[in-house]
Ligand binder design. Structure first.
Ligand code: NAP
Ligand code: ZN
Length: 347
C-alpha cells in the first residue's frame, strides 16, 4: 500500500482536516502521480455536505487534479516518469458497455467510478480525491497535460472545462447562436470562454451585478442582471441556448421564458432539490430541457488539447490547503473569481 496524506471530512457535519490514508500499489496498468494542484469544484461542497445523497466518509474531495508522474506499471504505454498528468471526475468504468465503447464513460451503464465518494470496481474500496499529495489511477483515465500552459490554471479544465465544453460541442453551439451562460462561477466562466471561442454571441445571466466587468473581460458580449426585472424582460425570447450552471435552487420557468422558440436549456448545475417545471414553459415555443455530465476521456483529452492550442485556461485564485473552509464559504456566496485552486505544496 502507498501511504498518502490529504484533507478529509470525517462526516457531513465536520470540516475538512488533515488525514492519512492508503492508496493501492501501482498495478501493471496504473499511473501514480504526485498532485501539484487541485481545483475546488462546487460539487466538492455538495458532496461533503450530503447535498445529493449520503456520502462515503471519510471523504477526500477533489476532481480537478494535475501533477507529475512518479511511477508507472509494467504495461503502461502512454505515460512515463516525469510526465505531466491530469485526472478529472472519474477514475474507472466498466469499459465494455455500449456507452463506454462510444467514449462516453461518464454514462457507463454500470456506473462510472468517481474520483472520490465512490467505490472502486471491486465494490468495496472507497476512492479518495485530489485534496491529497499523490494518486494512483488506471492509465485509461489519466490525461496528458500540456507544459505550455500555467499548470495551476489547467487543473479546473478537468471538471469545469470539460463539463462546459462537452454540451457546447454536443449541441453544436457556435456561430449564429445566441448562448446565455447562467451563473458566472467556475463552470460559468469556462462556458463563456468556450462559447466565445466557438463563435457564439454570449450573454451572462447573473445575480451579481459586480461581475459585469469580469464577464466582458472573459469575452462575453452582453450581461443581464437576473434580479433586475427590466433587464430580464428585455432578454425574453432571445436565446437559442441557455447553459445553466447554477448550484442552488432557481426558477427554471423564468429562465425558459428567455429562450427563443425551439431553444434548449442545458442543465449542468446540480441543485440539491428537484425543480418544478410547468408544461406551458416548454410547449409555448416548443422548448427543450437537456442535461450533460462532464465528458468522456477522449473528449476530455480533445478539450485539453484545444485549450493548449488556443491558450485557454481557468481564471484562478490560488489558496493554501488550510484555507479551504473560507474558500467554501465564499463559494457558497457566489463569490469565486472564478475558480479556487489548492497549491498542494501547502498540504
Ligand atoms: P460555483 O463556482 O459556485 O458557481 C455557481 C454560480 O451559480 C455562482 O457563482 C452564481 O453565479 C450562481 N448562483 C449561485 N446561487 C444561485 C442562485 N440561488 N440563483 C441563481 N444563481 C445562483 O459552482 P461551480 O463549481 O461552477 O458548479 C456549479 C454547479 O455545477 C454545481 O451544482 C456543481 O455541482 C455542478 N457541476 C456539475 C457537473 C456536471 O457534470 N454536470 C460538473 C461539475 C459541477 P452569479 O453570481 O453569476 O449569479
Ligand atoms: Zn467538478
Amino acid at each position: 500500500m502507498i501511504e498518502a496524506k490529504g484533507y478529509a471530512a470525517q462526516s457531513a457535519e465536520t470540516d475538512l482536516a488533515p488525514w492519512s490514508f492508503e492508496r493501492r500499489e501501482v498495478g501493471p496498468h496504473d499511473v501514480q502521480f504526485d498532485i501539484l494542484f487541485c481545483g475546488v469544484c462546487h460539487s466538492d461542497l455538495h458532496q461533503i455536505k450530503n447535498d445529493w445523497f449520503p456520502g462515503i466518509f471519510p471523504m477526500v474531495p477533489g476532481h480537478e487534479i494535475v501533477g507529475r508522474v512518479i511511477k508507472v506499471g509494467d504495461h503502461v504505454t502512454k505515460f512515463k516518469v516525469g510526465d505531466l498528468a491530469g485526472t478529472g471526475c472519474m477514475v474507472d468504468s466498466c469499459q465494455v458497455c455500449e456507452n463506454c465503447k462510444k467514449d462516453l464513460e461518464q454514462y457507463c451503464l454500470e456506473g462510472n467510478t468517481g474520483t472520490y465518494n465512490s467505490l472502486s470496481r471491486d465494490g468495496v474500496t472507497p476512492t479518495y480525491g485530489g485534496y491529497s499529495n499523490t494518486i494512483v489511477v488506471r492509465e485509461e483515465f489519466v490525461l496528458h497535460v500540456s507544459d505550455k500552459l500555467n499548470l495551476a490554471a489547467v487543473a479546473p479544465l478537468l471538471c469545469a472545462g470539460i463539463t462546459t465544453y462537452s454540451p457546447l460541442k454536443h449541441w453544436k453551439v457556435g456561430k449564429g447562436h445566441k448562448l446565455a451562460v447562467l451563473g458566472l462561477g467556475g463552470l460559468g466562466h469556462m462556458a463563456v470562454k468556450f462559447g466565445v471561442a466557438f463563435g457564439a454571441e454570449v450573454t451572462v445571466l447573473s445575480t451579481s451585478p459586480k461581475k459585469e466587468e469580469d464577464a466582458k473581460k472573459l469575452g462575453a458580449h452582453h450581461f443581464v442582471v437576473t434580479t433586475d426585472e427590466a433587464q430580464v424582460k428585455a432578454a425574453m425570447g432571445t436565446f437559442d441556448f441557455i447553459l445553466d450552471t447554477v448550484s442552488a435552487e432557481h426558477d427554471f420557468n423564468m429562465y425558459l421564458s428567455l429562450l427563443k422558440s425551439d431553444g434548449t436549456l442545458i442543465c449542468v448545475g446540480v441543485p440539491s432539490k428537484p425543480a418544478e417545471i410547468a408544461a406551458f414553459s416548454l410547449l409555448a415555443g416548443r422548448k427543450s430541457i437537456g442535461g450533460s455530465a462532464i465528458g468522456g476521456i477522449a473528449e476530455t483529452q480533445e478539450m485539453l488539447d484545444y485549450c493548449a492550442e488556443h491558450n485557454i485556461v481557468s481564471d484562478i485564485e490560488m489558496i493554501d490547503m488550510k484555507d479551504i473552509k473560507s474558500a467554501y464559504e465564499r463559494m457558497q456566496k457566489g463569490d469565486v473569481r472564478y475558480r479556487f485552486v489548492i497549491d498542494m505544496a501547502t498540504l
